[in-house]
Write a protein of this length. Structure first.
Length: 350
C-alpha cells in the first residue's frame, strides 16, 4: 500500500507542477501514469516540439519543459507509479481514497487530483486504404524526434496548430516539406498561418489547398501518395507522411468513477478550487471542463495552485496557512535543502 497526502493521476506538466505547489505546503505527492516516463504528451508524443507560451521561456522544447519541472520538484521527493493505469477509485470509511491500478498496485490518500490531460488517446487516422501497412514505414502520427526527417521529403496533412507548427519547424530540417489541407483556411494560430504562407512565398515549402491525401503506395516502405485536388489526382513522391488530425481522447476507467462528465471531460467548480462532484477529488488541466475553460499548460499550472490550497484545508481543517511569496519564504525541500532569497531582496519586498 502506497500512502501519500495527494495522489496525482497523470504525470504531465500540470501533475508535475502540482508536486511543487503541494511541497510548499509540506504536502507529499505520489503520481500515477500509464506512460513509462513522466511528462505526458510532452515526453511521449512531441518532446522536440517547441512551446511558446510558458512564462519566462520565449521558446522551450516540450521535453525540456518536462526536465525543468522534474528538476523543480526534486526537493519534494515525489513518488511515481509509472506504466500503470489508475483503474478503480474507492471511498474508504476513514474518508480517504483507495486507487488501484490495472496491475493491482494500491494507493491511499485523503486527496486525489486527476491531472490526466486528455486521458488515454489515439490519433485520428484518415480513412485511407492500406494506411496501416505503412505505419512505422514512412507513416507516423506523432513526431518525437524531428532529426529523423533530416534530408527527407516530408508530407504533412492537417489544418490545426500541430500541422502548422511542424511544417514551420521541419522547413529547416527536411529536404522538402509539403502541407496538404482540405480547405484554404486553417484553424491554427494566425501568426503560424502567416509564417506558413511566408515559407510558401519564399519557396521553402509547398502548400496544397484544397487537397486531400486519398492513397498511399510503395513496395515495402512508403514511396508515394495520391493527393486529390480541384484539378484532379496527382501522385506525389515522398519519404514520410504525417497526418496530424488530432487525438481522440478517452477518459478510460475514470469514466466509471461516478464523476460528473461532460463531453469527455470532468466537470469541476472553478469558482474556488476545481473540485469535482466527489468531495476530496479534484480535476485540473486539460482533463477538466468549466465555463470559459482554456486547454493551456499555463492554465493547468494556475488550477494546480488553487487546488493545493484547498487540499491543505481539507487535510488540516481549521489550521490557518499564511501564504508567503517564495521570494520571501524560499523553498524548503523534504530532502533538507533550503533555497532562500538574499536578505536585500526580502527587505525590498517587505
Amino acid at each position: 500500500m502506497i500512502k501519500t497526502d495527494i495522489l496525482i493521476i497523470g504525470a504531465g506538466p500540470t501533475g508535475l507542477f502540482t508536486v511543487f505547489e503541494a511541497g510548499l505546503l509540506k504536502l507529499h505527492c505520489h503520481l500515477i501514469d500509464a506512460l513509462g516516463q513522466p511528462g505526458g504528451q510532452c515526453s511521449e508524443i512531441y518532446p522536440k516540439k517547441p512551446i511558446y507560451d510558458i512564462p519566462a521561456y520565449p521558446e522551450i522544447l516540450a521535453g525540456d519543459l518536462t526536465a525543468k519541472l522534474l528538476e523543480q520538484i526534486k526537493p519534494f521527493d515525489p513518488g511515481f507509479t509509472l506504466g500503470e493505469r489508475a483503474e478503480t477509485l474507492e471511498n474508504l470509511e476513514d474518508g480517504t481514497f483507495l486507487v488501484t491500478t490495472n496491475k493491482g498496485t494500491k494507493h491511499q490518500a485523503p486527496i486525489v487530483a486527476i491531472a490526466g490531460g486528455l486521458g488515454s488517446f489515439e490519433p485520428r487516422k484518415p480513412p485511407i486504404e492500406n494506411l496501416v501497412q505503412y505505419e512505422d514505414k514512412g507513416v507516423t502520427y506523432f513526431i518525437k524526434d524531428p532529426e529523423n526527417y533530416r534530408g527527407k521529403h516530408v508530407v504533412l496533412a492537417g489544418g490545426g496548430d500541430s500541422a502548422l507548427d511542424w511544417t514551420i519547424f521541419l522547413a529547416d530540417v527536411a529536404a522538402s516539406v509539403t502541407l496538404v489541407h482540405r480547405r484554404n483556411e486553417f484553424r491554427g494560430a494566425l501568426d503560424s498561418v502567416e509564417k506558413v504562407q511566408q515559407l510558401k512565398d519564399q519557396g521553402r515549402i509547398r502548400l496544397i489547398t484544397p487537397g486531400e491525401v486519398i492513397g498511399v503506395g510503395g513496395t515495402d516502405d512508403l514511396e508515394s501518395l495520391v493527393i486529390k485536388t480541384d484539378d484532379g489526382q496527382i501522385t506525389y513522391s515522398c519519404d514520410a507522411f504525417i497526418p496530424l488530425f488530432g487525438l481522440a481522447p478517452k477518459l478510460g476507467p475514470m469514466a466509471n468513477w461516478g464523476l460528473d462528465i461532460e463531453k469527455n471531460a470532468i466537470k469541476v467548480d472553478n469558482s474556488l478550487d476545481y473540485q469535482t462532484n466527489i468531495p476530496g477529488v479534484y480535476a485540473i488541466g486539460d482533463v477538466n471542463t468549466y465555463p470559459g475553460k482554456l486547454k493551456l499548460i499555463l492554465c493547468g499550472f494556475h488550477e494546480a495552485t488553487l487546488m493545493c490550497q484547498s487540499a491543505y484545508q481539507r487535510i488540516n481543517p481549521g489550521k490557518k496557512h499564511v501564504m508567503k511569496y517564495t521570494t520571501v519564504g524560499g523553498v524548503e525541500g523534504f530532502d533538507g535543502t533550503h533555497k532562500q532569497a538574499p536578505k536585500s531582496v526580502i527587505k525590498s519586498i517587505d
